[in-house]
Design a protein around this ligand. Structure first.
Ligand SMILES: Cc1cc2nc3c(=O)[nH]c(=O)nc-3n(C[C@H](O)[C@H](O)[C@H](O)COP(=O)(O)OP(=O)(O)OC[C@H]3O[C@@H](n4cnc5c(N)ncnc54)[C@H](O)[C@@H]3O)c2cc1C
Length: 330
């Protein structure tokens, strides 16, 4: 009897979790290796005192039947709700975006707090090495943001051919800074609690997590533009947070703060994307997927929740097809 294939998935964001779930259904032995203390990646939520603030993805929209089907189930299970919008409704997770990914990942074996430092070829197999662990797999799926994935591959003694370098080197990401402000009382951010128009220079969005119904307390997530975040990237945290606070007061008028925090995303969204939902290295059983790998039919051209989900599903099918073809050849 053919032995169950072992697949290691680096990264427990949406792409990794959706790929894992599908590969497990197809009968593979799957493990996710995640460097953070929980799965979710850029579906990120922070508890602040009695409140909750999303500081990665704000909402998501649905253009594909595959995600629409998932969303119908999530609505039924009470995991998500429609926030606003009719043509392309904006959906949010009821307990914060991170909780949604944790719910989907239930039952998938995950190694948390493990940052893969290198990937080694061991005969036909691949090994991941982290500070304290070495793990061996028949194939690896790498779902870190592309520049991070490329750094990891470059630090590994693998055979990368010219076309691998050409593909991976062309995608860059921009940073996003998010200021999290706990307020004495809820400011007026209009009917839905989202301001994304007519903001002071450098500011992209202000979200009131209380009006979004994820927080019991007034907590604002203030998203800065990629250009602003780039300029401020090397400055100190206190100075940066003070400047976001100054811009917030300029935008809203005086607000009474209870606390403030800063989240810096080095890799928030891709400046340019792949027009293929995944990539396979020429010389190794190693696939790459994630939000920057777009289905050719995706007309949005942007990295987002849906592109990560679809990339995860497509790469899982491709890996399954690959292993079934190998089996037929034997
Ligand atoms: C500030 C911000 C706002 C956004 N707003 C929206 C929005 O409103 N709507 C929308 O649709 N999308 C939005 N997005 C984009 C959306 O969040 C992403 O497209 C999606 O979550 C990406 O999923 P992913 O699985 O491709 O990558 P990620 O979520 O980045 O997952 C990759 C995972 O790999 C892990 N990892 C990386 N390297 C290693 C390693 N060496 N070893 C182990 N683990 C590793 C990381 O910790 C991470 O968990 C936003 C993103 C940000 C940052």
């Amino acid at each position: 009897m053919e032995q169950q294939k072992r697949i290691g998935i680096i990264g427990g964001g949406l792409a990794g979790v959706f790929a894992a779930r599908q590969l497990m259904t197809e009968g593979y032995a799957v493990e996710i290796i995640e460097k953070s203390q929980s799965v979710g990646g850029r579906m990120a939520t922070r508890r602040i005192d009695e409140g909750t603030a999303d500081h990665g993805a704000v909402f998501f929209t649905v253009r594909t039947d595959e995600l629409a089907q998932e969303v119908d189930e999530w609505l039924e299970q009470g995991l998500v709700r429609k926030w606003f919008g009719d043509d392309f409704p904006r959906y949010v997770a009821v307990n914060g975006m991170n909780q949604l990914v944790q719910s989907i990942a239930r039952g998938i074996p995950v190694h948390l707090n493990e940052q893969v430092e290198r990937i080694l070829a061991e005969g036909p197999a691949l090994q991941t090495t982290a500070a304290a662990e070495t793990r061996t797999y028949d194939a690896i799926l790498l779902t870190a943001p592309v520049p991070q994935a490329y750094d990891l591959l470059s630090a590994s003694p693998l055979m990368l051919v010219e076309s691998d370098h050409a593909h991976l080197g062309k995608v860059t990401f921009e940073p996003t800074f998010v200021g999290l402000f706990e307020l004495e009382k809820s400011p007026d951010l209009g009917e839905i609690g989202l301001l994304d128009d007519g903001l002071v220079s450098g500011m992209l969005k202000i979200v009131n997590n209380a009006q979004k119904e994820v927080s019991a307390t007034p907590l604002l997530s203030v998203y800065m533009t990629g250009d602003w975040s780039e300029v401020w990237y090397d400055k100190g945290e206190d100075e940066t947070l003070a400047e976001i606070e100054r811009l917030l007061q300029e935008q809203l008028g005086p607000v009474q703060l209870v606390s403030k925090q800063l989240k810096r995303w080095r890799y928030a969204q891709a400046r340019d994307v792949f027009r293929t939902p995944y990539l396979k290295l020429e010389q190794h059983p190693l696939w790459l997927a994630g939000d920057a790998f777009l289905d050719p039919k995706d007309t949005s051209g942007r990295t987002r929740v849906e592109s990560a989900v679809i990339s995860g599903l497509r790469v899982a099918s491709a890996m399954d097809t690959h292993f079934k073809a190998v089996l037929t050849e034997q």
